[in-house]
Ligand binder design. Structure first.
Ligand code: NAI
Ligand code: MN
Ligand code: ZN
Length: 336
């Protein structure tokens, strides 16, 4: 089978690899579509601290179960599935309280173990979620990115009367907009980015007001509006302090970033307004919820997708995705 292998940082090859056999409790998926994420690019360039090499990348993928290991019902062969990349031990403290995404032995498919930019991939059977026919093949790899928004909003508990502010209108900010509007019915969703093209996408994805902070700081444009719910999906370390300064008293702030740089913030700026700070990593069992949202039309994954490429053109696809955020949002690889 053909697989996209990062042999070592900087070295991406489309390699011929042996077909993997599913172990006990696993399924093999004949991958149909897989979407590119910033973290795939980071593994390619050696900027992901968790990655081990060589690695088949890809953690957002969809396909058909074509083989099962021991202890998995053969009737699952042929199922259309989206695969949750979070593989957890099931018994450590975070696993025991329903947060397998921060399992002490967390293994992320496509990061710690081989992933979905490949003609076939293996995964635990319980990670393979059957999809209703109403979710088309070419959008099915988009379940995973929406689980990030599902996870952070589960902490933030959005309400219709919230004034939400989202930093960043990349894939993460856009999925968050859609979930706030389409699932939680938040009446006011404000979005800030530095690229006008991304802000136009934010509007197409449901943002009520957009702000470009490339020249004028956001604070000067908000005219005193104090957001009650803020999501940092741009993830620059300076954003937290600005968010705390702009927030309404009693606001909630959600962070998604993984920067290793310190961010400077005072206790006073958080405590005087009694702000709540939540962080969110990947997703904790959110696939069923997102699949239901898609099925019911509460979210529209097609609004994020700008390009499709065949697997053979993976390097062009990843380069375009990385270099051209003005024309690119989600880029999807087609395997077949
Ligand atoms: P992206 O790079 O496509 O989007 C970021 C957007 O933020 C861009 O449109 C950029 O113009 C904008 N931006 C950058 N600095 C800004 C600033 N100071 N003010 C306003 N806008 C600014 O990235 P993507 O895929 O949307 O991911 C966003 C972040 O989320 C990344 O840092 C990524 O590491 C993180 N992430 C976290 C996950 C988690 O589970 N916690 C999962 C996936 C991504
Ligand atoms: Mn991703
Ligand atoms: Zn665990």
């Amino acid at each position: 089978m053909k697989s996209v292998v990062i042999e070592q940082p900087g070295e991406l090859v489309l390699a011929e690899r042996p077909l993997p056999q599913p172990a006990a409790g696993e399924v093999r998926v004949k991958v149909q579509f897989a979407s590119i994420c910033g973290s795939d690019v980071h593994i390619w360039h050696g900027h992901n601290p968790f990655a081990k090499y060589p690695r088949v990348i890809g953690h957002e993928f969809f396909g058909l179960i074509d083989a099962v290991g021991d202890d998995v019902a053969a009737s699952r062969i042929g199922e259309r599935v989206a695969v949750d990349p979070v593989v957890s031990c099931g018994h450590c403290y975070p696993c025991s309280i329903g947060r397998p995404n921060v399992c002490k032995e967390l293994q992320v498919i496509g990061v710690h173990r081989d992933g979905g930019f490949s003609e076939y991939a293996v995964a635990p059977a319980k990670n393979a979620f059957r999809l209703p026919n109403s979710i088309p093949d070419k959008l099915a790899s988009m379940v995973e990115p929406f689980t990030i928004a599902a996870n952070i909003t589960a902490f933030l508990k959005p309400q219709p009367n919230d004034v939400a502010l989202i930093y960043g209108a990349g894939p993460m900010g856009l999925t968050a907009i859609q979930v706030l509007k389409g699932v939680y019915g938040v009446e006011q969703v404000l979005v800030v980015d530095r690229l006008p093209e991304r802000l136009a996408l934010a509007q197409e994805n449901g943002a009520d007001r957009v702000f470009n902070n490339s020249e004028i700081p956001l604070a000067a444009q908000l005219e005193g509006v104090q957001p009650t719910l803020i999501i940092d999906a741009a993830c620059h370390p300076a954003i937290l302090a600005e968010a705390a300064a702009l927030a309404s008293p009693a606001a909630r702030i959600g962070l998604l970033g993984f920067s290793g740089e310190p961010c400077s913030i005072t206790q006073q700026s958080l405590t005087s307004k009694e702000l709540s700070l939540f962080t969110s990593r990947l997703n904790s069992n959110r696939f069923p919820q997102v699949i239901e949202w898609m099925e019911q039309g509460q979210i529209q994954p097609e609004k994020l997708v700008t390009h499709y490429f065949p697997l053979a053109e993976v390097e062009q696809a990843m380069t375009l995705f990385e270099k051209d955020p003005r024309t690119c949002c989600k880029v999807i690889l087609q395997m077949g």
